[in-house]
Design a protein around this ligand. Structure first.
Ligand SMILES: [Fe+2]
Ligand SMILES: [Fe+2]
Length: 470
């Protein structure tokens, strides 16, 4: 289905921002709440309209680089990266304090003895601030690059790149100080911190935080504006409304950015990169599934519009995987039952995110069915042949194909004969035989690497291949 110019790009980006919230350990809606606060601050600060238009998209995409440091954070702490990120949001990480030691102890080496936690803590402490700076740098640079990939201006990218800089020069990654920090980044950092403190303790906690961090984290002039809006009750009004996405849609300044096919493709490709950056084991997987689904669809003679939708489904099918911690994604060998339950929920999150994308409602069902099997033994709904349409069957075949045929950091690509012989054992009871036949007759091109990217090797190679690597 061709995209209509009447659908604003913001409707798609705000829906996909739910995925970024999941990766950051934030409640779904955090990026949109931050956008609401940031735009209200921008109005109070009387920022020019062109600057406000850049700010709007920078706020929605502020966490676009969030998945790029998940694996590194997991290997640093040996602990749940999503929980660690979520709990860090209301901590003052620029100062050594009891609070910070408590945070580190509770997020280090899950399940280890106190002694080994302390040893690990010493190791982390010695390498902190360099490590913290590297983690922030990775996230900021990737976020900025994704904003550019979607087609936004250099100012939007720069705003995201400097999101974690602080007024007193103690932030990361550049240590910029005062007005060296782009004005949009100053608004964004203030807005995202206010969103977290409002969520955790309401306006009172938000005001206390402003008092503590004014002149250290934040521009005092902006803090004064924020205090006025908190006190008159307008800064947080409607933050918990059910139709937040609609409300955020009305905030885009000036002429709304339309959504043509090219822009939709850029957005899907950019988010595929966000998904695949979460773990070295899923490297290039989304693009690989998209390529396989297109090859099957074309071989079967599907109309071009359906092939386009299949490609987008392939790119976004694992977006729910951003909800799975790297402790599970990168666990070598067998998963415990509770861990499997977390993995099995990722297509549910795919549905929850994609059904909010305008024009993608039907395809969200297809994307969310990629682990369903014709015999009803798949997940997350246990759907069977009666429920699985042709597109869902194609995507399921494409997903298994890429998981087996693609090169992985821990092994070379499997030969095609081996791939097909493994898949045939699942056909026709689980995988669709017509789709399999089409796949065998249609050579699938390997996706290109994004410019400047290389095969990302995991820091620790497992002895066992993770069975859940797709
Ligand atoms: Fe999946
Ligand atoms: Fe997948």
């Amino acid at each position: 289905m061709a995209q209509s110019q009447t659908v604003p790009a913001s409707a798609v980006i705000s829906a996909l921002s739910y995925a970024l919230d999941l990766t950051e350990g934030q409640p779904m809606g955090h990026a949109m709440q931050t956008c609401l606060i940031g735009m209200r601050l921008a109005t109070e600060l009387k920022l020019p309209q062109a600057q406000q238009a850049d700010l709007y998209y920078a706020l929605l995409l502020k966490d676009a680089g969030c998945s790029s440091n998940s694996s590194k954070l997991f290997h640093l702490l040996h602990s749940d990266d999503i929980r660690a990120k979520g709990d860090l949001k209301d901590k003052d990480w620029t100062r050594m304090s009891l609070d910070r030691v408590r945070y580190t102890l509770s997020h280090i080496a899950d399940g280890a003895t106190v002694l080994s936690k302390l040893k690990h803590l010493a190791h982390v402490a010695i390498n902190d601030p360099t490590t913290s700076c590297d983690l922030v740098k990775l996230r900021c640079e990737r976020g900025a690059s994704i904003a550019r990939q979607v087609g936004f201006s250099l100012d939007v990218a720069m705003a995201i790149a400097s999101l974690d800089e602080h007024w007193d020069g103690q932030g990361y990654p550049m240590g910029l100080k005062g007005e060296e920090i782009p004005v949009l980044s100053r608004v964004m950092n203030l807005a995202q911190t206010l969103a977290v403190f409002w969520m955790n303790g309401g306006p009172r906690e938000a005001l206390l935080m402003l008092k503590r961090r004014s002149g250290r984290w934040f521009d005092p002039h902006m803090v004064r504006a924020a205090k006025l809006l908190v006190k008159d009750g307008s800064l947080f009004a409607g933050m918990d409304r059910a139709d937040l996405q609609t409300e955020v849609g009305t905030l885009e300044p000036g002429v709304k950015l339309g959504l043509n096919n090219d822009r939709m493709d850029h957005i899907c490709l950019a988010f595929a990169e966000v998904i695949d950056s979460k773990s070295p084991y899923t490297f290039r997987h989304s693009q690989g599934v998209a390529a396989a689904a297109v090859a099957i669809g074309e071989r079967m003679g599907l109309p071009q519009a359906e092939v386009v939708q299949l490609r987008r489904c392939g790119l976004l099918h694992d977006i729910g995987k951003l909800s799975v911690p790297n402790t599970i994604l990168e666990k070598p060998g067998k998963l415990a039952d509770a861990e499997w339950q977390v993995v099995k929920k990722h297509p549910f999150y795919t549905l929850e995110i994609l059904r909010r994308v305008p024009g993608f409602e039907q395809m969200s069902e297809v994307a969310a069915a990629h682990h369903e099997r014709l015999d009803g033994k798949g997940y997350f709904r246990g759907w069977g042949a009666d429920e699985l349409n042709l597109h869902a069957r194609i995507l399921a075949v494409a997903d298994v194909y890429d998981a087996l045929a693609a090169e992985r950091p821990y092994r070379e690509a499997l030969p095609l004969d081996t791939v097909f012989s493994i898949m045939e054992k699942e056909t026709p009871h689980a995988l669709d035989s017509t789709c399999m036949e089409a796949l065998k007759q249609a050579p699938v091109p390997m996706p290109d690497l994004p410019k400047g990217r290389h095969l990302q090797k995991p820091q620790i190679l497992p002895d066992l291949v993770p069975a859940h690597a797709f």
